[in-house]
Design a protein. Sequence first.
Length: 296
Amino acid sequence: MTQPDLSSGPLALAQDEWTARRDAHRERVDTLIGAHLSRQTRGEKHPVIDFLFTYYSLRPAQLRRWHPGLGVRLTGPAAREYWDYSGYHRCGEDAEADPRLLTQRRSMLEFTERLLAGTAARPAQLGCFGLHEWAMVYRGGEEAVRHSGTPLRLGPDGTDAVVESMNLRCTHYDAFRFFTPDAVGRNETALRREDQAAREQPGCLHAGMDLYKWSYKLAPLVDSDLLLRCFELAMAARELDMRASPYDLSALGYEPVTIETPQGRADYVREQSALAERAAPLRAELLAQCRALLNR
């Protein structure tokens, strides 16, 4: 849903209209994460999908909650559902996102705008080959393996040999910070949190994945249609991330991207490029919403 023109006040949605959107959103979420929720009830771990709810902090119930974005008033008796939701306020019998959030989230909006604008302005770098996951276990022994019960495709020695045979070119701090001590010095650049906005680039798988994070951190100012499209991108990026990782996920039905081979590296770059192209319009849309909110 495109952010409305608020010059003449909030856009009021009739109950039939907004509840239909809310219900469609919930159905879409349930389709995407139904298998994850079923595994949760059985206490089963999943090394690919669980990341979207462990590393990222939004819970499934929060993802199911539909937000129309700032400046949209939900009308009718069903709006009472939103009266007690964080970030909303009651308007008579209606509900809408609280404009005071613009002040409360100002620093987050400014950081996100700066990060997204800088990322979009840089050329994509496509030569990392997903080696960040390999660097997270490099010479780390059993304690460095991040997914208990999931074997390394090439074993510890073979994994270390792959890292030693190629350059580490990671540009994403939140991947770099999980490198083993022996891998840190092998990266072309020593990354720092304070440099994140100056180094993020659009070819990075995790920069695209994190569009989901920035969207939910700004909810309910940002609408849930954009949030969910960013989540779908994050799901696809996470799958490539782990298919190119050193882990053997064949038992879960994931075909490896063998980045230790020339063909595997070519396959990775092709899929990485496709995801970067998919991320670009989402980044532009989220950036536009940040700027519109900052200009209110």
